[in-house]
Design a protein around this ligand. Structure first.
Ligand SMILES: NC(=O)C1=CN([C@@H]2O[C@H](COP(=O)(O)OP(=O)(O)OC[C@H]3O[C@@H](n4cnc5c(N)ncnc54)[C@H](O)[C@@H]3O)[C@@H](O)[C@H]2O)[C@H](O)CC1
Ligand SMILES: [K+]
Length: 519
């Protein structure tokens, strides 16, 4: 699903209205109806029904006027408050404002302190608030009486439904322009905006609902954006049912170079995750002293002595030619020998390579070795590792997550998955995919090793590097969400994420069994 910035959303509106002749007031009516319907759902659980609607002087306010009319038609008591000069209300918003005036709806104009008091008094019992102050038209800091109303709203303890985007959240990047409405739910229209998806804006949205307001798919297709939100639709049924006449080799050979003294767990987690995602054969190169531990804990994986590999480069290179994918880095440490191993892999592998953790920390010392790579390369840094790869501060990286990730991918010709909330994936062509599954419970040792193993498991089966990265990112987060519901975010461990993979693959990824397959 495309994710738009404010300008692209306005362009989408324009195309719908000017190219496909859909009157803007129809879009506004549909938007307002969607908001009213959601408000009714929330009100149904409340004994006393009352809605207070905050409207700005733009079309976001226009949506609010429409919602007011539909709620009034359902007999819901409501108070409408307008923030800004009524004379500035124009076009479709003006039409809907005039209708409310003709209907005699109670409208209060918030221009000074006493009007804020009137707003506070309107918030009786368990009334709910609809936020139609600003949408994609927000273009400067929120100040003055509007800022005061937003703070009052947030302090009121009332449930807030935001129209399109919580007022104060910048639709272009999710940053807060001074202050922002904390919504319990946000109803956005046709496509999500970056401000609905990127933190901190995403946290202000509460539960995000995307409502179709009648903009045709042709109009959506014509808006040029390279940023997509990963949704379950993107990965549903993507793993074909397995044919009877197949064997483990059919599902690919993954070679994982992981582990160092005290870090065998990284190798165990990555190998288990790769197998759980359907990889056929998973070999793991670990230091000789850890082979027994690995074989004991990950019995389905095949262990290989890292020292033997490092001691016989010719054989190492020959082995690399027999694999379907290679992953390197989890728990590897940063020894000179490992730096050489990484160079051997990058210089001699033609199949997809996943570089994670210490592989990235060592790569950061000489990024130019990427220029020798003949293989599709996927890197999976967290912000700290990205800081070492780019020389940027973690603060800058987290402020410009999309730009930093996209720039790195385009510059070095790799697929970059930047971990964090929300995970950002970019490919060398500058396409960007945002993943919103996952939760803070996954900030636990080994979670990244699991993700590396999952990407590797899908690559081994011949899924394309970008698709394997997208599927793994979504599923990893979804598994973490399930695990956190069962165990709580404090107790979730990396191994618990792996436990959730089988059900999710069966429910989501695997193509539904055809009747004939049941025979
Ligand atoms: N396809 C759709 O998504 C549809 C969206 N609709 C709604 O229209 C708004 C966008 O409306 P717009 O008039 O462009 O802007 P806003 O209503 O968001 O802005 C209100 C108004 O406020 C002024 N302003 C901006 N920043 C500030 C500030 N910090 N302080 C004070 N005033 C400010 C600005 O000049 C504007 O005039 C979209 O979000 C949807 O809700 C359509 O109704 C249906 C189709
Ligand atoms: K809003």
């Amino acid at each position: 699903m495309k994710v738009l910035n404010n300008k692209e959303m306005r362009e989408l509106d324009r195309i719908a209205i000017e190219v496909y002749s859909i009157p803007g007031i129809i879009l506004m009516e549909n938007a307002g109806i969607a908001v009213a319907q959601q408000a009714m759902k929330v009100l149904n659980n409340k004994p006393s029904k009352k809605v207070v609607i905050l409207c700005g002087v733009g079309n976001n306010g226009g949506d609010g006027f429409v919602a007011a009319r539909h709620l009034r038609n359902k007999g819901i008591p409501l108070d409408v408050f307008i923030l800004g000069e009524p004379a500035r209300i124009k076009g479709d918003a003006r039409t809907n404002y005039d209708i409310l005036l003709k209907l005699g709806v109670s409208i209060t104009y918030i221009e000074e302190e006493k009007d804020v008091t009137a707003f506070e008094k309107a918030l009786v019992n368990d009334s709910i608030i609809i936020d139609g102050i600003f949408g994609t038209g927000l273009h400067r800091e929120v100040e003055g009486i509007i800022k005061e109303v937003i703070i009052t709203t947030n302090n009121s303890g009332k449930e807030v439904i935001a129209i399109d985007i919580p007022s104060g959240v910048n639709g272009n990047d999710g940053k807060i322009n001074g202050v922002a409405i904390q919504a319990a739910k946000t109803i956005t229209f046709q496509l999500p905006k970056l401000g609905n998806i990127l933190y901190p804006g995403r946290a202000y949205c509460g539960e995000l609902m995307i409502k179709d307001i009648g903009i045709p798919q042709e109009a959506i297709n014509s808006v040029q954006t390279k940023i997509q939100l990963i949704t379950e639709d993107d990965i549903t049924g993507i793993l074909p049912q397995r044919r009877p006449d197949t064997h483990k080799g059919t599902y690919g050979k993954a070679f994982i170079i992981a582990g160092s003294p005290g870090m065998t767990g990284a190798a165990i987690l990555a190998s288990k995750a790769a197998l759980r995602c359907g990889g056929g054969i998973v070999k793991v190169a670990v230091p000789q002293a850890q082979m027994d531990i690995l074989e004991n804990k990950s019995i389905e994986a095949i262990s290989v002595s890292l020292e033997d590999l490092q001691g016989n480069k010719k054989e190492f290179i020959e082995r690399l030619q027999t694999e379907d994918t290679v992953a390197i880095g989890p728990g590897c440490g940063q020894s000179d020998a490992f730096f050489d191993t990484l160079g051997t892999v990058i210089n001699n592998t033609t199949v997809p390579i996943v570089i994670d953790a210490d592989g990235l920390n060592v790569l950061a010392k000489n990024l130019n070795i990427l220029k020798n790579s003949k293989a599709p390369c996927i890197i999976t840094p967290h912000p700290g590792e990205m800081a070492r790869l780019t020389g940027l501060s973690i603060e800058v990286i987290n402020k410009e997550r999309i730009k930093v990730t996209k720039d790195f991918s385009e510059k070095w010709g790799v697929i970059t998955l930047l971990k964090g909330a929300a995970t950002v994936i970019a490919d060398p062509e500058g396409n960007v995919y945002i993943n919103t599954t996952g939760n803070p419970g996954m900030a636990t040792a080994g979670s990244g090793d699991v993700l590396t193993g999952m990407i590797t498991g899908f690559l081994a089966q011949g899924i394309s590097p970008i698709k394997a990265t997208i599927i793994a990112a979504y599923l990893h987060g979804k598994a973490g969400d399930r695990g956190s519901v069962k165990l709580g975010q404090y107790s979730l461990m990396a191994g618990d994420i792996i436990k959730e993979i089988p059900c999710l693959i069966k429910e989501v990824l695997a193509e539904p069994l055809k009747k004939s397959n049941n025979t």
